[in-house]
Design a protein around this ligand. Sequence first.
Ligand SMILES: [Zn+2]
Length: 352
Amino acid sequence: MPFKKSKLMEFPRDVIVGHGVIDEIADLCKKVSMGDHPLIVHDEKTKEIAGKRIMELLKNEGYTVEDITVERATMEEVERVKNHAMKWGAEYLIAVGGGSVIDITKLASFKYGVPFISIPTAASHDGIASPQASIKENAGSLSIKARSPVAVLADTAIISKAPYRMLASGCADVISNLTAILDWQLAWRLKREYYSSFAVALAETAARLLIESAEFIKPGIEESSWIAVKSMIVSGVAMSVANSSRPASGAEHMFSHALDQIAPGKALHGEQCGVGAIMMMYLHGGDWESIKEALREIGAPTTARELGVSEEEIIEALMRAHTIRPERYTILGKDGLTEEAAFHLVKATGVA
Ligand SMILES: [Zn+2]
């Protein structure tokens, strides 16, 4: 058989992380040389936090800047941003915000066919630098393939002012890579699914960095944002290498999506994935205690009560999780958990 393997990997070209780096926006735009007509995408809050300042900095350097304020990460918002960019002839998009703004911009720029710069104002999930966009639907959220940002500008002075709960949740999201990669290895062994040991090494490195630094991730410490953002960027690069969310999303994410359907709006995405990772690691026969310990140290939820949901809701989500993304093989297999097994799991891990 002739060798015909080919693969596309797209990474952010420039990544700037640090205190006060927002002031480097004009230099960054010049460096990635995409023109002087960017469209800034933000929401009401992030416009005040950083959007206005970015527009001002760019206007001072002679850029012609337009902006659009968005709300929830829905397909309608993605279309609205895309149409605005098209109408106005934007050469690239700049996402200034938390998870939703980045998700909307990522998909809108992909559909419109221009690059985007990611400027996170919170470290709430691992989508900062990943090619996947998470878009809300009636029945929960959908992970859609888009493109990685061409550059990431993460100002720790801004990120550390966001509610600490968001950062802790983002860290839990990255820690949950540990079960996602075990699921991927399982699918590789059982199904010969495409597998990348490089993507796995990166995803694992990101999660281990947080577990090892857990004691330094605390409210009010700007360095926490530094560590968190670094791990999220490495996690995003792992997804770029894999060209899918596989290294960062397994059964623990399916559990989280199931919980979104059963008890919507109770807890944050990463918080649910963290608790999911404790339980899925137990099913894998791995070291679930150290995941639980790290989450506790960081201040992320480890129990149903801390998530604000009931034991019954957790059990129902566990039993439903395998139906969420049936093509993605995980430790839950094709049939998922029985009620008895789900009950045992929440008890054994102390989740309820
Ligand atoms: Zn996630």
